[in-house]
Design a binder for this molecule. Sequence first.
Ligand code: GLC
Length: 534
Amino acid sequence: MEGVNSSSSISDLDDLARLLDRPRLNIERKRSFDERSFSEMGIFDNVNSPGGWETPVSSARNSFEPHPMVAEAWDALRRSLVYFRGQPVGTIAAYDHASEEVLNYDQVFVRDFVPSALAFLMNGEPDIVKNFLLKTIQIQGREKRIDRFKLGEGAMPASFKVIHDPIKKTDTIIADFGESAIGRVAPVDSGFWWIILLRAYTKSTGDTSLAETPECQKGMRLILSLCLSEGFDTFPTLLCADGCSMVDRRMGVYGYPIEIQALFFMALRSAMSMLKHDAEGKEFMERIVKRLHALSFHMRSYFWLDFQQLNDIYRYKTEEYSHTAVNKFNVIPDSFPEWVFDFMPLRGGYFIGNVSPARMDFRWFALGNCVAILASLATPEQSAAIMDLIEERWEELVGEMPVKICHPAIESHEWRIVTGCDPKNTLWSYHNGGSWPVLLWLLTAACIKTGRPQIARRAIDLAEARLLKDGWPEYYDGKSGRFIGKQARKFQTWSIAGYLVAKMLLEDPSHLGMISLEEDKQTKPVIKRSYSWT
Ligand code: GLC
């Protein structure tokens, strides 16, 4: 991390007053795609229209030659298939024969399967996705215990494994809901990804019958019951333990991590389009509408950071009480990390990692920000600003291998305290500022949605220069992502599938409809330019 003192970095800027009077974000030049698609949408996206999005003129490159890596990637993806009683039900996390330690990389992870599923859907092979959705919803019905404690009915597994008994000729499934996972954390993201994938399947095939089955309706309701339940919360965001999503080790992402909030928002909106209008379904729909309303306001107001907002909170008073408080969460400006003042460009903005009482985690997380764009949790202006930030901070956020999972890395004393001295999450490695090729598909989708395919193309070019040659690593290390990760698996399936999805999206942007939701007019904020805390 750069060691620049916060006040000096601000005073380094030649004319603060001029900067504060920052011009309105100029999003006109890249609005064609946004505007047309946003204006064509209904209040809630309807899954009955497969495809949905037309190919934007600005982003189609018709003379797209298949890269030789594409065929290799498909072969590798097909090698990772996992069968249950003769039917493909998922893909293994990594097919790395060279690695001695298998750990749980021989399992089908719910989150890892998402890019595989999208690749198969885009390639017109929906059956495996249907099998996966049905198998995992069956697994959800199992009793889940950690020691003597029973987990909520709706919890979805982090992963499952098919055990083939060659003598008895039987296949059985063992699942992990967190009871075997390192850290014993239940995956909050799995249920959300499941709902998002069910919508993707429905959108891409036009087959609404799967989502309409009693099993899928019940599965959805159980997941929703878990995350919409009433409790002591004062915020509409979802309170989580550390390590409950893609970052599945202790990394200081406890509280209200952006990754979960963005997936939560997207899953709520996806469920809204698939719940049946029967008595049970309607009851959930009402709860969803209320939650979405509160959640989008909260996220767009309190998680959003741009230059203006940073300067506003930098000048915060503290110890305010009652409804007139401006600094509602009593965040002490002295706690702000020095790096954020250098990192924040004049053009651009992002949803920060976490907001809770007296705590703002300013780290940038790629997955949460890209999903926020795809789910239209970000307003069109915010989406454009996130893309501006990626362009402005390309070296830091993309570097030599797309895409940094988070920025910046934490080190020294902070690393000891925050990770508990985790040797896997050392400086610029793995979850601590490592670069994950799987995130390429999310970046590409966000680029297409915001009408900036050229950014995706640039990122894909970087990936193509190394991914195959390096054996599809799980992650890369180093400040700019130059080195194959210290303990990275090779032939990591989601690195392979993520690349394929990115390629197919760029080639045919109409695929975007299956993983993107247009803006919902009901949650459109009144606040336009300054995302004030008041
Ligand atoms: C690691 C990642 C997790 C992923 C799993 C399987 O634990 O942190 O996100 O699901 O590997 O690839």
